[in-house]
Design a protein around this ligand. Structure first.
Ligand SMILES: Cc1ncc(COP(=O)(O)O)c(C=O)c1O
Length: 397
């Protein structure tokens, strides 16, 4: 962009235009800089660039690369963040956040309705390094407050809506509880993306992304991002990334940068499809319950309508017949891809209890409400009637 302040522009404009850095060749599409390092005109210039801490000079692609920088600037503009640090995957974004904000003796309060690997990271891996985590029900503010009374509470971590049960938490209210306890609030915004929800505008301190999902949007590459204040990103996360190296590759950054250009239309169209399928599922025999914030039956429907600009494209449903019934529906499909990923233009179907949450202990799974009869759908861009028919086969409807 030539002159407009990025903050004044619409999300659709930012998705396509923000952050572009054109070279002297005047390319229209963003360039892919597949290079591990950058050269200097002199020893003096090399010394100056290596001494800089803010990532403003390109030195070595573990921590600075123009294609990655363009992705970071574009996503920061979309999330309304001062700064963004791209990472190799969503999990390495969460790890980078933890390693740059926590130390031995610190305490984390985490929703028990987070992605399975996030539970493992906080509950098992970080506990080996003296960082304790209390898991609490996502929407129970009193439980967050009680857990935060533990000395050393530094971080609240939440996914909203959660995966796979689509529970929603009140971000401004949770931010108030976190800040009263002297903790930072991090929100994994994977399911909504900034198109449907901007957690920083709602009071959160940090946004986490698995760029592997909607930001790419076509299931091609892994990626992640941490977003927040310049101080937290450049003084905290960047030094960790620079040293430990869970960095996004320039190729992946280019793919995701291109993915961002179609983010808004994909999210809108995929969310419309999810709404139609959720309503249809509610009327099917054998379906005990449908979990989708766009439905009036969702316990936090009003909150989601207030906090989000749409209900998103992921939904789950619980079947009467437990695992056998869930597997029958999954095995009956011919269009849905049986895969754990979500956020793709190809619709996906998953049995969380034996895949994404299969490594979580049965107790933790039960605590987060993930039953054996639960099936998760992530709706893509296929025709809705075709997708309904695909599900109807295993439902026997
Ligand atoms: C909500 C959420 N956060 C984080 C992750 C981890 O992302 P990645 O697979 O890119 O490491 C996932 C992956 O499925 C996810 O669904």
């Amino acid at each position: 962009m030539r002159s407009e302040a990025e903050t004044d522009l619409e999300l659709s404009t930012l998705s396509v235009r923000a952050g572009q850095m054109r070279t002297e060749f005047r390319e229209h599409s963003e360039a892919m800089f597949l290079t591990s390092s950058f050269v200097f005109d002199s020893a003096e210039q090399a010394a100056e660039c290596f001494a800089a801490t803010g990532g403003e000079h390109f030195v070595y692609s573990r921590f600075t690369n123009p294609t990655v920088e363009m992705f970071q600037r574009r996503l920061a503009a979309l999330e309304g963040a001062e700064a963004c640090i791209a990472t190799a995957s969503g999990m390495s974004a969460i790890l980078s956040l933890a390693m740059s904000t926590l130390k031995s003796g610190d305490h984390v309060v985490c929703s028990n309705a987070v992605f399975g690997a996030t539970i493992q990271l906080f509950g098992t891996i970080l506990s080996r390094f003296g960082i304790s985590t209390t898991f609490v029900p996502l929407a129970d503010l009193a439980a967050w407050e009680a857990a935060a009374a533990k000395p050393g509470t530094r971080l609240f971590f939440v996914e909203t809506p959660s995966n796979p049960l689509l529970e929603v938490c009140d971000i401004p209210a949770l931010a108030a509880v976190a800040h009263k306890a002297g903790a930072l609030l991090a929100v994994d915004n994977c399911l909504c993306t900034p198109i449907l929800q901007r957690p920083l505008d709602l009071g959160a301190d940090i946004v986490i992304h698995s760029a592997t999902k909607y930001l790419d949007g076509q299931g091609r590459v892994l990626g992640g991002a941490v977003l927040g204040s310049k101080n937290l990103m450049l003084e905290g996360v960047l030094p960790f990334l620079r040293t430990a190296g869970p960095s996004m590759s320039p190729f992946n950054a280019w793919v995701v940068l291109k993915g961002l250009e179609t983010l808004e239309i994909r999210i809108q169209r995929q969310s419309e499809g999810a709404m139609l399928i959720a309503r249809w599922l509610e009327a099917q025999a054998g379906v005990k319950r449908v979990f989708y914030p766009g439905l009036e039956s969702h316990p936090q429907h009003a909150l989601a309508a207030r906090q989000q600009r749409g209900a998103g494209a992921v939904l789950s449903f619980e079947l009467d017949g437990g695992r056998d019934a869930a597997w029958r529906v999954i095995n009956g499909t011919r269009i849905f891809s049986i895969t754990a990923n979500l956020g793709d233009v190809k619709s996906t179907i998953t049995h969380p209890a034996t895949t994404t949450h299969g490594r979580v202990s049965p107790e933790a799974r039960a605590a987060s409400g993930i039953g054996d009869g639960l099936v998760r759908l992530a709706i893509g861009l296929e025709g809705v009637a075709d997708l309904r028919q695909d599900l109807a086969r295993g439902l026997g409807s």
